[in-house]
Design a protein around this ligand. Structure first.
Ligand SMILES: [Ca+2]
Length: 136
């Protein structure tokens, strides 16, 4: 399950370092921990919160590989798409398709995909999956 590896209280926010058993790198997460008069209350994560954290963990799993630890270069995005979205996206092994997805997501054209840019893809995939459910 979840293991709390370190705690840091900053003002009235509480940041906590968690690491998942599945081997992803630790991330700082504020949401389900709150500071009450200097004490941290640890709450069980909901299913949705768990899924949302999963998206962050997947992003970090690939973003730490090359270059800046918190952005995706094209090769990292390519690996993420090929490994994690083979059913949701077509032509995931097709370089021109990867190039196009990368260009579409890279809003500021700095040749790197930030998490903010990445969630545009997540949002599109979610919308498509939602539409597909209603067509069944
Ligand atoms: Ca960018």
């Amino acid at each position: 399950m979840r293991e709390v590896s370190s705690l840091a209280v900053k003002g009235d926010t509480c940041l906590i370092k968690t690491s998942l058993v599945q081997g992803s790198s630790p991330v700082l997460l504020p949401p389900h921990f709150c500071a009450l008069r200097g004490e941290c209350e640890v709450r069980e994560m909901t299913k949705l919160e768990d899924h949302l954290e999963g998206i962050i963990n997947i992003f970090h799993h690939y973003s730490i590989r090359v270059g800046h630890y918190d952005t995706l270069k094209k090769c990292e995005l390519s690996q993420l798409i090929t490994k994690e979205l083979p059913n949701a996206l077509k032509n995931t092994k097709d370089q021109p398709s990867i190039d196009k997805i990368f260009q579409d997501l890279d809003a500021d054209k700095d040749a790197q995909i930030t998490f903010e840019e990445f969630i545009v893809l997540v949002s599109r995939v979610l919308q498509t999956a939602h539409e597909a459910i209603h067509q069944e």
